[in-house]
Ligand binder design. Structure first.
Ligand code: GLA
Length: 381
């Protein structure tokens, strides 16, 4: 029996019906464009959140987490209301609400994706729940529909107006690949991302500055991009060329222009980055990654001093490219480094953080891993 199943039995007095896991993600490029019909290029990491669930015959949903001392939080099904209940329970319950699951349920969560590190622990939890209930209730929903349901739960039930990138990659990722996702129609292309044979390593630098995206900075910037679309009278920032956008600068206030400029240029950077990856031009790819950071820092203004220091130090010590990832205001940065420089870059970032009196950073070197999966309970563990 997998360890989470034994815990489930201890807590709820019955076996789980389904166990499902879903990963967090690292985004190579395409930041803050997944609510603008843009392209994004994330990959799934090997850290997953696992949920064990079973139907219960009551009218309530019981949720517990191994990371919360397994205290059970109980919500009456008739009282499911967006923005209600303990904040951490809104992520799993929001998915049940979005999928209109009409049954009592017991849920136990084991979240192994680092929280607040910009690695999308929230989408991992949502997608593990979505995958589990899809199986338990034989919903047979395709992955894009599950991704949309998880996003709806987060947008409305949690109150965070996120895009569709994190849920999509958590569900659709393929080992050894980054996922080129068109967030307009959720069509995908799997792009091989196997850098070890090129003697390269992708470092993730967790600044340990914890961000809470529900805070407002994310929503405010999203609203600026939507204002640009409406002020310009276009359907989407995807549908305007950079030349036309720049020509129409006077129609937008300065902040709206700068934020939307990020969106328009970032979409193109993703397409350029994919071409460079396909031709194994990692130097060119790295330059685009670094350009994305400058735009996130200066145009979209979602960086943080710790992220900027991680990026500049990595570049100074030989990284081919580096940038902040995810929502920003903290969380993680990535740096593409030659394998032989990786240790030096880690040491230099650690010492520059210490000199700046920042918290010590953590480092990971994640490999592109597969998306959500069900644990087969019939085979011995
Ligand atoms: C968060 C959101 C995503 C995406 C990124 C920024 O991770 O959940 O939808 O917008 O920020 O690219």
């Amino acid at each position: 029996m997998p360890p989470i199943a034994a815990k489930f039995v201890e807590l709820y007095g019955a076996q789980p019906d389904v166990i499902a896991s879903a990963p967090g993600r690292v985004n190579l490029i395409g930041e803050h464009v997944d609510f603008l019909d843009g392209f994004v290029l994330p990959f799934a990491i090997s850290d997953v959140t696992t949920v064990a669930i079973a139907k219960n015959s009551s009218n309530s949903i019981r949720v517990a987490s191994l990371q919360k001392a397994s205290e059970i939080s109980v919500v009456e099904r008739s009282k499911l209301e967006p923005l209600s209940g303990e904040p951490w329970t809104r992520y799993p319950i929001g998915v049940l609400w979005a999928l209109e699951i009409d049954s009592g349920l017991d849920i136990l969560i084991d979240g192994q994706v680092p929280l607040g590190a910009g690695l999308s622990s929230s989408a991992a939890l949502e997608c593990a729940v979505a995958t589990a209930v899809n199986e338990l209730f034989k919903l047979n929903l395709p992955l894009p529909t599950l991704a949309r349901a998880a996003q709806k739960g987060e947008n409305i039930y949690v109150g965070m107006p996120c895009g569709i990138m994190d849920q999509s990659v958590s569900l659709m990722a393929k080992q050894g690949h980054a996922l080129l996702l068109d967030t307009r129609d959720l069509s995908t292309e799997q792009i091989p991302f196997d850098i070890a044979p090129h003697h390269l390593e992708l470092l993730v630098i967790d600044t340990q500055v914890h961000h809470a995206l529900v805070d407002g900075g994310y929503a405010e910037r999203r609203a600026s991009c939507e204002k640009a679309v409406s002020d310009l009278g276009i359907t989407s920032l995807r549908d305007i060329s950079l030349t036309d956008f720049v020509l129409r600068k006077s129609e937008l206030d300065a902040t709206t222009y700068a934020r939307a400029f990020h969106g328009v240029t970032e979409m193109q950077r993703v397409l350029d980055a994919v071409e460079l990856l396909k031709s194994a031009d990692f130097r060119g790819f790295g330059k685009i990654v670094s350009a994305a950071h400058i735009s996130l820092r200066d145009n979209y203004t979602v960086s943080a001093p710790e992220l900027d220091l991680a990026v500049t130090t990595a570049l100074e010590f030989g990284a081919l490219g580096a940038r902040m990832i995810g929502g920003g205001f903290g969380g993680s940065a990535i740096a593409l480094v030659s394998a032989q420089d990786a240790e030096l870059v880690r040491l230099q970032i650690t010492s520059s953080f210490s000199a700046a009196k920042f918290r010590a950073p953590r480092f990971f070197s994640p490999l592109p891993s597969s998306g959500a999966r069900i644990t087969d309970l019939t085979t011995p563990h």
